[in-house]
Write a protein that binds this ligand. Sequence first.
Ligand SMILES: [Zn+2]
Length: 452
Amino acid sequence: MKKIVLTLPGFILIFTLQAQVRIKPLAQTGYDKRISDYISGMRVVDTHEHLEDQAAWIKPGKLDFMLLLQHYAYDDIRSAGMPKQTFNKLLTDSLTVMEKWNILKPFWEATSNTAYCRAALLTADKLFDVRDLNETTVVDLSAKIKKAYQKEWYNEVLFKKCKLDFMLVDDDNSMLADPVQFKHVKRFGEFIFAVSAQKIETIAREQNTPIRTLDDFVTALGVSFHKAMDHNNVAVKIGVAYERDLFFEDVTKEKADEVFRRIMALPAGSVLKYNGSEIKPLQDYMVHRILDLCKATDTPVEFHTGLQAGDGNYIDNSNPTHLTNLFLKYRDVKFILFHGGYPFGGELAAVAKGFKNVYIDMCWLYIISPSYSERYLHEWLETVPASKIMAFGGDFRNVENIYGHLLFAKQIVTKVLTEKVRDGYFSEGEALKIAQMILHDNAVRILNLGKR
Ligand SMILES: [Zn+2]
């Protein structure tokens, strides 16, 4: 075989030609290890979780290997054909660990390729030293999970292993109250999905004030909003892309009032369809009123964009470009668009680039697809100011999966920044600075975490 000898200048030439656009000189040897070490040791802000209290997991049937498959691997296992009721049975104490595994096994083998399932494998390995999920490991893994919960497990995982400075917890769980590390995000679903007179009456009762007119309803929203912001909430979340499209028309008060009056006149037990066109003008109107409040109080608003969890939905509803009229009207409100807009990464880049008030949040994204995350982080760093990208939110209910997800995120951020330095797009110093921004400092600044 003919030997090919590469001279040093030849090697440098090939290396230089590989670069897409070289702006910075060749990096000093060892840059990849230095970037990796820096990112793996970094403190992080976690911008989005649904974390439940440690005590909530210490119940029969909850602490076994199935813990690692909850929330998202679940979706893929169902997508591979397991009925919902069967999966739900695996989360109870009606079966032994081995019985659960035997039911799961064919579905696990069908779907363990997906990133949701890979994340569970990585978590089992890195937190519990268990290398695979199979009939020889599930009993051991389950015992180790159970044992972990006998100590201060949350503190150990979140603050020692994940090194989190702050975590933002979604509205649907408010048991975590430490005002230093945990911050909350408030949804106002009761005002957006007020589909019956009874639902409006519930708000009136809670506030101890009658709600008879649309003006009363808007006043009640203001009361609820200010109360939430006085209680450790730092942002508003709007998750309606699960139920409808993200185009919120700037409807007249008269049009919204018509719907409000219809709802108030409905007979007891009747509702307007909460995802139907009939209620849309009132929903649109109330979302605009939420944005008025955000503007007046410098409160950021987070929108679910892109993929909807669960079994089947209208992906077109969640395209971030539907929000454009809001970006234009509320120029002073910070719009944080979740989940890297999967699969609308290009559209997300365009709106985050074009609007000063639009930000990218990569929560949930790495376990949807590491390749998409890598591809678009490369692209967003070329198109969007780095000061507007937040690169981690676990989007889980339990700490184990948050840790596994963070390992995904750190590996991908490291890979992208290393490649950008290798190719001469960034210098090593710039890459380290950007890591610090997107995994920590941006979130503190954008979400005013130091102040509230
Ligand atoms: Zn979420």
